[in-house]
Design a protein around this ligand. Structure first.
Ligand code: KIV
Ligand code: ZN
Length: 507
């Protein structure tokens, strides 16, 4: 049977399933803060709490029901017991759209070992509870029924479906199918969901509620949606019992990427994730999808190259979305390790205000890799040190010793190459030209093309930089740099750095 897909209905369970898993469950004031964020996010339903669990939760449900905007469904959880149902109904009576959510386990294992009841007893209890809930809430609201441990109902799925038909006749309009403990493969769970969807009237809302014990809850929820489960029970930051509930952000973004019209303000996600981490005291795992601090980091050279080439595009080579979709202000970041390449050197230094070309970055990448092999990821300071030692102070056989200006056009330049010292007098159109002529006069090939001088502010040093362009004997264009507060010293450093770069290429 083909499934007609409607817009998803996001039913947030952070304040109930998420809350019941916390070491310190939220009080009413804390729940109110999160509730306001949820309304800004635009979820369609909010489970405010488990009214019978504690006075504090009852009070929170009452308060949130009063605050609830008219278009948001507000529910409270209740076991299939009359006292719970009465409390749930009482706690949310101020809401315009009220829902009692009642549940009982139907897996053979749980009925036998936890409830200690026969399947017939469970069936009767469920039907009676739904009838009572419907009668209690009356015209003001609706009843949601959950088959706790639905994911474990493979053997008795026909029984479950028969009970669900009775439950619908008893007044439930939302049937929730939880994977209470994630033991079942996504495709197996989804096929159970599809069976229920096909068996019940089409005006009944099918819902899924997947726990994340094996880390597949998002996949299961997303695929269940495409088989007819319109209501998606999710929690902020994936909070929930044990390894948590389905993470709302992941489901919302996965559906968005699949072309579904997701009725949420996705740009609120990132801020909300940080608030929830703070309020729950459950830190965001570094590599958490979408929201983790490392979720935008690239360390392999190939990924860094692709990331930079597609940086400003909506679709990126190595990211599922543009970070701005979820309101993330930080961008993709590159870290330099032994696995990284010239792109990272170039980007990190450029970002830190150090002038560099890609070919210079390629020249110093092996030095950086060697260091990273020993110490792991390099800090920005480590990379700047490599820049100072390998771009601004190139080690080699040429060493500058002294310079003397004899008149406007004549200079004396003293330098050494390996063990030989040269003390040369030469003419030129200016000091740079004269120095180059002195070097040539000493017998060294030095094809100087051009130079430029820049005032710059690198890190904390306000300094000047001379950039020189040479042609190496093999025809390769070489850039060398010299930085100093004194322009003449910057020129000399650039000349000798250039000589050493060319000389090192020969070795
Ligand atoms: O995980 C679960 O089965 C539940 C139900 C109460 C819906 O949280
Ligand atoms: Zn649950």
């Amino acid at each position: 049977m083909t499934t007609l897909i409607k817009q998803p209905f996001f039913y947030d369970i952070t304040l109930r399933d998420g809350n019941q898993s916390l070491k310190k469950p939220w009080n009413t004031a804390e729940k109110e803060i999160i509730f306001n964020y949820l309304t800004e996010l635009g979820v369609q339903g909010i489970e405010a709490g488990f009214a019978a669990a504690s006075d504090m939760d009852f009070e929170a449900c009452e308060k949130l029901a009063k605050l609830a905007p008219d278009n948001i469904v507000i529910s409270a959880l209740a076991r299939c017991v009359q006292s719970d149902i009465i409390k749930a109904a009482e706690s949310i009576k101020a809401a315009k759209k009220q829902r009692i959510h009642t549940f009982i386990a139907m897996s053979p294992f749980n009925m036998k070992y936890v409830l200690n009841k026969s399947s017939q007893e469970v069936r009767n209890q469920a039907i009676e509870a739904v009838k009572f809930a419907k009668q209690t809430i009356g015209k003001n609201g609706e009843v949601q029924f959950s088959v706790e441990h639905f994911g474990d109902c493979i053997e008795n799925i026909d029984f479950v479906i028969e009970v669900l038909k009775d439950i619908v006749n008893a007044g439930a309009t939302v049937i929730n199918l939880p994977n209470t403990v994630e033991r079942t493969r996504p495709s197996v769970f989804v096929s159970l969901v599809e069976k229920v969807y096909n068996a019940l009237p089409k005006d009944i809302i099918i819902s899924v509620h997947n726990h994340n014990d094996l880390g597949m809850a998002t996949a299961t929820t997303v695929e269940s949606y495409f088989k007819g489960a319109i209501q998606l029970e999710c929690a902020l930051n994936g909070l929930g019992e044990r390894a948590g509930n389905t993470n709302l952000y992941e489901v919302a973004v996965a559906l968005h990427n699949a072309g579904v019209d997701v009725p949420l303000n996705l740009s609120k996600i990132y801020e909300l994730a940080l608030v929830i981490a703070d309020m729950s005291n459950v830190k965001i795992y570094e590599k958490a999808p979408l929201i983790g601090p490392e979720a935008l980091a690239h360390r392999s050279g190939i990924h860094q190259d692709g990331a930079i080439k597609t940086k400003d595009m909506e679709k990126g080579a190595y990211r599922p979305i543009h970070p701005s979709l979820i309101g993330r202000k930080d961008d993709e970041k590159l870290g330099f390790t032994s696995q990284s390449g010239k792109t990272a050197i170039f980007e990190i230094l450029s970002e830190a205000g150090y002038p560099i070309t890609l070919s210079e970055a390629q020249r110093i990448a092996p030095v950086a890799k060697e260091k990273a092999e020993k110490i792991g990821e390099l800090s920005v300071k480590d990379i700047i040190d490599i820049y100072y030692n390998n771009i601004l102070n190139v080690k080699g056989a040429f060493k500058y010793i002294n310079f003397e200006k004899l008149d406007e056009k004549t200079i004396k330049l003293k330098f050494s190459y390996k063990d030989n010292i040269y003390d040369m007098e030469a003419f030129g159109n200016g000091p740079i030209d004269a120095c180059i002529n002195a070097i040539k006069k000493a017998g060294f090939d030095c094809e100087f093309v051009n130079y430029e001088q820049k005032a710059l502010n690198m890190g904390s040093d306000a300094t000047g930089m001379t950039i020189m362009y040479f042609n190496a004997p093999n025809g390769i264009a070489i850039i060398s740099r010299g930085a100093d507060e004194n322009t003449f010293s910057a020129n000399i450093k650039a000349i000798f750095n250039g000589l050493n770069i060319i000389d090192n290429m020969k070795n």
